[in-house]
Design a protein around this ligand. Structure first.
Ligand SMILES: Nc1ncnc2c1ncn2[C@@H]1O[C@H](COP(=O)(O)OP(=O)(O)O)[C@@H](O)[C@H]1O
Ligand SMILES: [Mg+2]
Length: 377
């Protein structure tokens, strides 16, 4: 087992003047499950391939434990990688696929067999050891690819979108299996995905990348509760956080008819910079519905004293059973603005209805409109 350190690791592809990964700085703890997430092209695979030794590092360093591996060939790094296309050998049995790396390394046959059988047991693959990959389901192939990594007992697992070839249902069950397997084996793991739900459900910590630049590394909880900037705020969470540019007024920000109190220091920081507005973020579950079609809503207990709030006309309602999501339009600063509001599943409004919503105190996020950075604490 080992720690993994990206120390300002940078990759500039030949012919490009912009780094694909720009001074990536992350320290991954021994046994940690770290997920690298971000939109397509943000540099996730490049980061992983630098760690694997499949891509040159142009500046900075990469360490596994105390070893500087920056210029070591892949075979000397003691890592095992699981790719998106499992790259199984079609003419070999499952057992031979799983043991292949050990065979190349000259491990005795009996020992290979023992390790393969152990891994097969962990992965529920014992009945399939003599089959060829084409006689397996997608989920089973994925497990063979995992098995091939496990038998090597590496210091670090690297996984690049290993679930993207599975259908949606299998993806959900397999992500739980991988996460629990990783915890059981305790092997430091760097896992790449573009899917923020996968990242949030699997990672001990999540690192968000955008355009090759690390935006935030944090636990899923902190990432959700305190996104460091507008990009992370919009990327993490589904449906996404509502982000509304609003004028700064005394003591708060004006949100429709109500002034939402927000952290004074945050507003001062924006004003000092010369900004006239801030961007306020409210998650769909952090709106209180204070009025529905002109009558006080039964949805909140203090509806009588509640401010009128921001009128939202309902365009679409998504009913999910326990909850509903209202997709509506509000007028903010004279411009129509789409908002998503979560409501209790048994109290969903009709399409065309008008809701009045107020962001719940203490649940608003404030960002600088000009730089995108988080201003509230
Ligand atoms: N071999 C390569 N040569 C040149 N540019 C590349 C190469 N591989 C990736 N890139 C570029 O580097 C950036 C990051 O790519 P990549 O790491 O594959 O992103 P991700 O895995 O997040 O989708 C992209 O702009 C991509 O086009
Ligand atoms: Mg990729």
């Amino acid at each position: 087992m080992a720690t993994v350190t990206f120390d300002k690791a940078t990759r500039i592809y030949p012919g490009s003047d912009k780094p694909a990964v720009d001074a990536l700085d992350i320290e991954i703890a021994d046994g940690e499950f770290l997920v690298l997430v971000g939109p397509s092209g943000c540099g996730k695979s490049t980061s992983l391939r630098m760690l694997a030794g499949l891509e040159d590092v142009n500046s900075g360093a990469i360490r596994i434990g105390d070893r500087d591996v920056t210029h070591l060939p892949p075979k000397d790094r003691d890592i095992a990688m699981v790719f998106q296309n499992y790259a199984l050998y079609p003419h070999m049995t499952v057992a031979d696929n799983m043991g292949f790396a050990l065979k190349i390394a000259g491990v005795p046959k009996a020992e290979i067999r023992k390790k393969v059988e152990e891994a097969a047991k962990i992965l529920d693959l014992t009945p399939y050891l003599d089959r060829k990959p084409k006689a397996l389901s997608g989920g089973q192939r994925q497990r063979v690819a995992m098995g091939r990594a496990i038998v090597r007992e590496p210091q670090v697992f690297l996984m690049d979108e290993p679930l993207s070839n599975l259908d949606a249902k299998l993806r959900v069950s397999t992500r739980t299996q991988i996460a629990s397997l990783q915890r059981r084996l305790g092997i430091t793991t760097v896992y790449v995905t573009h899917d923020q739900v996968e990242a949030m459900t699997m990672g001990d910590r999540v690192a968000v990348l955008k355009d090759g630049v690390l935006q935030q590394v944090d636990t899923p909880r902190n990432m959700y509760d305190k996104p460091a900037n507008l990009f992370v705020a919009g990327f993490i969470g589904s449906p996404a956080m509502n982000l509304v540019e609003v004028p700064i007024t005394d003591g708060g920000v004006k949100f429709g008819n109500s002034v939402v109190p927000v952290n004074r220091d945050a507003l001062k920081a924006a004003v000092d910079r010369g900004d006239k507005t801030v961007t306020v973020g409210v998650r769909p579950e952090h709106f209180d519905v204070v009025e529905l079609n002109g009558s006080a809503a039964t949805l909140t207990k203090d509806a009588e004293d509640a401010p009128a709030g921001l009128p939202v006309s309902v365009n679409v309602v998504e009913e999910l059973g326990a909850d509903g999501y209202v997709y509506g339009t509000a007028e903010v600063g004279g411009e129509p603005k789409d908002l998503v509001v979560r409501v209790p599943g048994r109290q969903v409004p009709e399409k065309g209805a008008k809701l009045h919503v107020v962001p719940r105190a203490g649940e608003t996020h404030v960002f600088s409109t000009s730089t995108g950075e988080r201003l509230s604490d």
